[in-house]
Design a protein. Sequence first.
Length: 68
Amino acid sequence: MNGRAALFLQAIRGPILLITLGVLFAIHQAGILRFSRTWPLIIIIIGLMKLLERMAAPQLPPVGGQNQ
């Protein structure tokens, strides 16, 4: 993937987390599940977003003292 995809994923990280929080609080308010049982989903979403950002980032050549 290219750098534009990585920037796009970084840009939507905040809105996705806010939407996730809103859905979790709505589930809590509806009495379906308590927030204390659903908060790990936030950590999973953050991890998935970081994984996607890492996959979309352009590959850089290794830095170091390689003998040629």
